[in-house]
Design a protein around this ligand. Sequence first.
Ligand code: SF4
Ligand code: SF4
Length: 438
Amino acid sequence: MAAFCAPYIAGTDANRTIKEEIVAVINRQSARKRISVTDLINPRQRFFERTHPEVQPSPERRQAMMAGTGFHEAFGRAVSTEEFVEQLVEFQEIVGKIDIYENAPVELKTTGSIPSNVFWRIDHVEQLGMYCTMVDRPMGYLLYYARAEYGRQPELRAFDLEFTDQSAIAAEMVRRRDLLREALRTGEPGRLPQCAWYGRNCDFADICGCAFAEPLVRMAGPNTAQVSENPDLAARLMGSITFEKPGPEIKLNDLVFPRKAAFRRAPGEEEEEADAQERMASLQRQGFDQMLGDAVWYGFPGASKRVPVTLGPIRASVLLFKGAPAILRTNKGQKEMVERKRLAEVFPHYIDRLGFECALANSERGRLIVYYSLIHDDKFMVYDIWFKNLGAIRAEMERRLDLLESGAPPEQLPACQPPWMVKFCDYKDRCGCGEGAG
Ligand code: SF4
Ligand code: SF4
């Protein structure tokens, strides 16, 4: 079985022009090594993360790293609107993603306990200071949210921070950027400063040699950042948030894999953790797919933007790249590039996702960028796919959504595509995958 959208494909072109433009950007970028704000917070640790992927974080640290994944976006959407959430910014070849940026950058931290003095978490202050500097705003907001845990009530505190010496922040950003780039280029971390949490348990303590590293030069501190708590803002934000979800949320991808979603939404089932695709969005991705994503996001000034789309309760955003909805996918199964005419058969989930995004964005053309990780030399393809009858695609999305919302039994929903998914599916024993599904 092919993609639902297969009959609605009016044509597919391999877009060589865009592919070559992306290659040129990637070549430029890999010469310069793109650096993100989060790389600059503790550049020494980031060096080891990038150069020693074999050192895996401890389960506790992994959990701490994952805490808040997805929550930031949900929080942002609850208190702001899609166009201001997760804003991508660039400054001096440094990229950053601001949680919410309307008039001033907002940085949200989820934490077990809220520090009573924000300078105890100087890394948070520096991060916000960097964002303010990147968008040339003196003020930003630091929000701390402690989730409800062990019977404790959730708590939100807001702080206004005004940075009085942004030129010092900019200079230190560029200095750390250059030190990190140089270390990555030479493989030599010697000149990288100690991390903010130097001395406390770190996965790289055995290989770091940080006892001999110079201390981190602070970008901002009590002399250059004025802090005042803003209880009114905290109260206002708390008032606008409903953290209790009425039921498992329906996401755009649930319409692509509707039967799985029906199982997941059935009473007694656990919510899945954020899907891999959401994690892919992280600036911390590694390897070629990161470079590809970065090239599309940042390599063409003004050519990429996120556009909010909705379908009933589903709120999503579509990446418009050079005027067309675009999805980037890393394929780990194909050893050869897939012929254009077989895309809907081999990659039905990519095609349906793209078709659905096109229907929501009302664009007949969509762009599928596939990175074939098994093919040597970083092979990727840019396919321009033209869809006809967007109304019919949208009608099918609405039908799937209605079924999911009404709690229809999974067998009434189309089986997930491609069929190999069944091997990895938790519901395979009770699904009857494909039998009589339509
Ligand atoms: S051992 Fe210390 S300085 Fe080295 S990466 Fe870890 S925290 Fe940073
Ligand atoms: S077994 Fe197949 S059709 Fe059924 S939920 Fe899993 S992937 Fe979807």
